[in-house]
Design a binder for this molecule. Structure first.
Ligand SMILES: [Cu+2]
Length: 72
């Protein structure tokens, strides 16, 4: 939604320059922790943590079964 251009740039993925309203999608095929940054504004950084299917399934089950654990 930012009128400024940005990129999503990491070790195994890299978007083109994204303009306002653009989206970028990448499917991870391995687990791990992946740092990324914006090549136009290198101070803009993020981290993506990819977990295996078993862990992801458990997280979904917890959310469905325990509404008390939800923050809102
Ligand atoms: Cu940027």
């Amino acid at each position: 939604m930012d009128p400024a251009d940005h990129t999503v740039t990491g070790s195994i993925f890299d978007s083109d320059v994204l303009e306002e309203g653009d989206t970028y999608e990448f499917t991870f095929t391995e687990t791990g922790t992946f740092e990324y940054y914006c090549s136009l504004h290198p101070e803009m950084e993020g981290t993506i943590i990819v977990t295996d299917e078993e862990t992801a399934g458990n997280m979904t089950d917890d959310n469905n079964d325990n509404d008390d654990d939800m923050d809102s």
